[in-house]
Each structure stands twice: as C-alpha cells, then as structure tokens.
Design a binder for this molecule. Structure first.
Ligand code: FES
Ligand code: FES
Length: 159
C-alpha cells in the first residue's frame, strides 16, 4: 500500500491505496465522490475529467499517485454551499444535458478551458471540449452552454 496525500476540493486527504489504483477509483470508491463518472475507462470519452492543479485530466487512466501532493478539483468542488457554479447553471439553462452521464466531465473541461481562455470563440470552445464525448445532445447545446458560462463569468468579473 502507498499513502496518497492530496488536496481534494479544498480539503487535505490521506488515503492508503494500492499502487495500480487510478485517480477515478480513489475519488469514487475510496472518497465517495461519485460525481466523477467512468464510461469508457480508456481515456477516450472524457466522462471522468477532473482537474489536477487546474489542468483537465482523464482520471480513469491517471494513476492516483500522480495526484500526490497536488490539488484536485472534481465536479463536487465547483458548488459553493448549495449554489450551482456559473458553468453548472449555464448547462442547466442551455439544456445541455440529457442523460447527464457526460455532463460532469464536460463541466470540468469547460472550467479548465474558461480559466485559460475566458473569452473563447465557438471554434475554441469546440476545440476545448473535443476530448469529451456525448451520445445524446448533438453538442450544439453544450457549445451554447460554454458560451453562456463565459458571458456570465465576464459579467460577474465586471460587476
Ligand atoms: S471514462 Fe475516462 S475517458 Fe472515458
Ligand atoms: S447527455 Fe447523455 S451522454 Fe451526454
């Protein structure tokens, strides 16, 4: 067993893990953070996207020990108290989710995108979320949601 120490959603955690455990397994099975979804399990669909030190990673193929000493943010970490994050609310308002299985991954990819590029073009949005797959929506509403989130975050910044 190895001791994994990381900060998850603002809290320091120490957890004993097997060396071959993935970050998705540790987050879901050991820490109970089941908002992070696992679909393909092969790094292809983006459902398991979380942030490590602000960078979007596919946690299903990321060895958990890669997060040692680092700051991890999951979908649960975006919500403040009971308030949805601006990006989450934009996905609701743009009806950008149907079954919703891909949604946490898209939202975390959007967070990384907008932190790096607060005013993306539609092409930049499509590129930014190109690592995430959705079987339901056709992507138009998702791109609308990201654009809406960018607009609202810019308005918040100005006020
Ligand atoms: S579940 Fe991780 S990329 Fe698909
Ligand atoms: S909303 Fe169902 S997979 Fe995206």
């Amino acid at each position: 067993m190895h001791t994994l120490m990381m900060n998850v959603n603002g809290s320091d955690v120490h957890v004993e893990i097997y060396p071959d455990e993935t970050l998705a397994e540790v987050l879901r099975d050991r820490l109970g953070l089941i908002g992070t979804k696992v679909a393909c399990g092969e790094g292809e669909c983006g459902a398991c996207t979380v942030l490590i030190d602000g960078v979007a990673v596919t946690s299903c193929i990321t060895p958990a020990m890669k997060a040692h000493g680092r700051r991890v943010v999951t979908i649960e970490g975006l919500t403040e108290d009971t308030e949805l994050h601006v990006i989450q609310q934009a996905f609701v308002d743009a009806t950008a989710s149907q079954c919703g299985y891909c949604t946490p991954g898209f939202i975390m990819a959007t967070k990384a995108l907008l932190d790096a590029n607060p005013n993306p073009t539609r092409d930049e949005i499509m590129h930014g979320i190109s690592g995430n797959l959705c079987r339901c929506t056709g992507y138009y509403q998702i791109v609308d949601a990201v654009a809406l989130a960018a607009k609202r975050l810019a308005e918040e910044e100005r006020s």
